[in-house]
Design a binder for this molecule. Structure first.
Ligand code: NAD
Length: 281
């Protein structure tokens, strides 16, 4: 079984991006810029944002964090986003989720210029992705996609089962694999017989948030299994896939941690660079 090393793959991607930033600087005499807005003082969000800034600087991007207190008014955040939309030194804007309850997440997402939407959550980008046009792609599914392609470059005709239909993971993942000519089944909490669906799959992507939901006897021999889940348990952090059991049948499997997670931030940097490149045309 191939243990997919997300840390190594993310480091390789960051190296590629670093070289790309050097070339872009030589060509345009400027570097892509990422601005992250952080509202409130939730510890996980602070850690994510710090890691994003560190990685952005590592590959040579201009990086900025704008911090607001928990009780900031929605209109202040929207005004700031509008200002960033017109700022030429800002290639990508990300508002760290979750947001405080008094702020409307959808309004914030829609305030971001789609051409600077590095999270790929703006309806315009969602629509472009599902129509097969160029768009920003949500970072986690993009990371999963790149990991799958490393294992199996030709996905045409493969049967993929996506477990979970969130806007963040399951739905964009479906679109990415459809574009590769996979036959895709998207499953969710009302799916009648998840085991039978999974047993058909050449590729499984699990993004559910239930510890070790996907079992060893749900896996066809040779299946590629990507585990997006991050679940805190008494035994530590585990994924949505029962790792030990599934590793007996899978052709390739991502560990948790150290699988999909590291790719997510690397893909954010990729998206920032791609937004910059599109803005220079
Ligand atoms: P979500 O809660 O938005 O969606 C979960 C989905 O799972 C829903 O569509 C629901 O219908 C489905 N579901 C629930 N119970 C099910 C069941 N019994 N069978 C089949 N489907 C079921 O979750 P999300 O935001 O997509 O996150 C999923 C997991 O991925 C979480 O553990 C989250 O922490 C993790 N995550 C990891 C990364 C990363 O970088 N690795 C990024 C984002 C989210």
């Amino acid at each position: 079984m191939i243990l997919i090393d997300g840390k190594k793959e993310a480091a390789l991607l960051r190296e590629e991006l670093k070289k790309e930033v050097i070339n872009l600087k030589a060509k345009y005499n400027k570097v892509p810029g990422l601005t992250v807005i952080l509202i409130g003082d939730l510890t996980p969000s602070q850690i994510y944002v710090r890691n994003k800034e560190k990685s952005a600087k590592e590959v040579g991007l201009k990086s900025e964090i704008i911090k607001y207190p928990e009780n900031i008014e929605e209109k202040v955040v929207i005004e700031k986003i509008k200002e960033l939309n017109t700022n030429e030194t800002v290639s990508g804007i990300l508002v760290q989720l979750p947001l405080p309850k008094h702020i409307d997440k959808q309004k914030i997402i829609e305030a971001i210029d789609p051409s600077k939407d590095v999270d790929g959550f703006h309806p315009m980008n969602v629509g472009n992705l599902s129509s097969g046009y160029e768009s920003s792609i949500p970072c986690t599914p993009l990371g999963c996609y790149l990991l799958i392609k490393k294992i199996e470059p030709n996905l045409s005709g493969k049967k993929a089962v996506i477990v979970g239909r969130s806007n963040l993971n399951g739905k964009p993942m479906t679109q990415l694999l459809l574009k590769e000519n996979c036959t895709v089944t998207i499953t969710h909490s009302r799916t009648k017989d998840l085991k039978t669906e999974c047993l058909e799959a050449d590729i499984i992507v699990a993004a559910v948030g239930i510890p070790e939901l996907v079992k060893g006897d749900w896996i066809k021999k040779g299946c590629i299994v990507i585990d997006v889940g991050i679940n805190k348990t008494d035994q530590g952090i585990v994924g949505d896939v029962a790792f030990d059991e599934v590793s007996k049948n899978a052709k390739a499997l991502t560990p948790v941690p150290g699988g999909v997670g590291p790719m997510t931030i690397a893909c954010l940097l990729k998206n920032t660079i791609d937004c910059f490149k599109r803005s220079q045309i």
